[in-house]
Design a protein. Structure first.
Length: 418
């Protein structure tokens, strides 16, 4: 009889690729445990396990069978990855999988028979590949450019994060997207740690994003007829607002959990009642937050939703109309992605309203709205332990939404290539 073994088709792969894991050398109908472990960027250990029963040939193929029990229940080749939980909590950091870089991470896989380790393998998961070139940009904009080496006529995507600031989200999305043949610019637009940028999301100039677009258009290796913009949360609000001014320059817009209106800027200090954005030095009309609003780093997500709902409910129809993003002016296809259980603002309702506005105008550019009943606000890349901001969203719900949203993003970019 052969020894029990973990067989992997690849031990070095991109984060969004399926893990192809099989176990061989078992007795027929033998129960075994597969355990997985990895570290996040602050060196905390995450782990998962699942128990499987071998078939009549003594094999297990994770692409074909669901576990008998464990951290996940459905048949999913990547279940051991997204179902991972923190091994021991740490008071300094929140219990979310912290990925603040685009460094690869290793996952260790253990095969246990009657609690004894019979085999161990490692898989390295990457956000970039050997072909990726990365450039830090300091002038005339601040960000990171990822692109395949020595390629010309590259389609490009500008990627903008949300109210966390810095390059969180944008950098990881940009890195992985560049492996699909794009030049991707993760654009930093406010950052408490960068003296050359505003430190808060207050009165950010829309011209800054136009500067980023012009900079990309000026690069010889970039196809200037194929530049798209993609953002999440406040970055999605901005992407749609930017599109209402400059969509003639855009191949498509991808808006993760956007708002349909411009909201007030966000200050962690005192409440300032200023717009998030300006154009030609004029503040863009905005929906005001309640007078007693206070934002802080460790707010309960549900409180953020209450603030936005109250802001919409206490505005007059006239105020709402003047703060509404004129989505009907956007002359390029838009993909909106939302979660019904969004704890920041009512992105699903707002996306449905925006789609109605587009339909009234015949939706000439085939815009789409992809919504998930069991997802909140915190979309990210697939096959990582998901961030969950709503108590009734499960890890499986969020993992499923992240995967489908990512695949829809890739397809939409390809479908609306000029």
């Amino acid at each position: 009889m052969m020894d029990p073994k973990i067989i992997l088709s690849s031990t070095n792969q991109l984060i969004d690729q399926n893990v192809n894991l099989q176990i061989t050398g078992l007795k027929p109908n033998q129960q075994v445990k597969i355990r997985a472990e990895m570290q996040d960027d602050v060196e905390r250990t995450w782990h998962s396990y699942a128990i499987f029963t071998s078939d009549h040939e003594g094999r297990i193929n994770l692409e074909k069978v669901a576990p008998d029990e464990g951290f996940y229940t459905n048949c999913d080749p990547n279940g051991l990855l997204w179902s991972m939980q923190l091994k021991e909590s740490n008071v300094y950091f929140p219990p979310i999988f912290l990925k603040m870089s685009t460094r690869s991470h290793k996952v260790s896989l253990y095969l246990l028979v009657e609690d004894e380790v019979k085999d161990k393998r490692e898989v390295q998961f990457n956000f970039t590949n050997s072909d990726t070139e990365e450039e830090n940009i300091e002038n005339p904009i601040i960000g990171k450019l990822f692109k395949p080496k020595e390629k010309n006529n590259l389609p490009a995507v500008i990627i903008i994060g949300g109210s966390t600031g810095g390059l969180l989200w944008a950098e990881q999305m940009a890195a992985l997207l560049s492996t699909k043949g794009y030049a991707t610019l993760a654009l930093n637009y406010f950052d408490i740690q960068n003296d050359n940028l505003p430190s808060e999301l207050i009165e950010i100039k829309i011209e800054y994003f136009k500067k980023a677009l012009n900079w990309l258009e000026g690069k010889s290796e970039i196809d200037k007829n194929n530049i798209s913009i993609m953002g999440i949360s406040k970055g999605a609000e901005l992407s749609l607002l930017f599109g209402s001014y400059f969509s003639k320059h855009l191949a498509s817009i991808i808006a993760y959990v956007p708002s349909s209106h411009v909201f007030e800027g966000i200050s962690m200090d005192e409440h300032q009642t200023k717009s998030s954005w300006t154009y030609n030095n004029y503040p863009i009309d905005f929906v005001k937050y309640p007078v007693d609003t206070k934002f802080s780093k460790d707010m309960n997500p549900m409180d953020i939703r209450k603030i936005h709902d109250a802001a919409l409910n206490t505005s007059t129809p006239k105020q709402l109309e003047s703060a509404r993003i004129p989505i009907e002016k956007i002359e390029s296809p838009i993909l909106m992605i939302s979660g019904e259980k969004d704890t920041t603002w009512s992105s699903s309702t707002m996306c449905k309203d925006m789609m109605q506005t587009l339909e009234k105008n015949n939706n000439l550019y085939q815009s789409k709205h992809l919504y998930f009943n069991n997802m909140g606000h915190t979309f990210f890349l697939p096959n990582l332990p998901p961030m969950i901001d709503h108590p009734s969203v499960t890890a499986q719900d969020a993992a499923n939404a992240n995967k489908k949203a990512w695949n829809a993003t890739l397809k939409f970019l390809v479908d609306h290539f000029n």
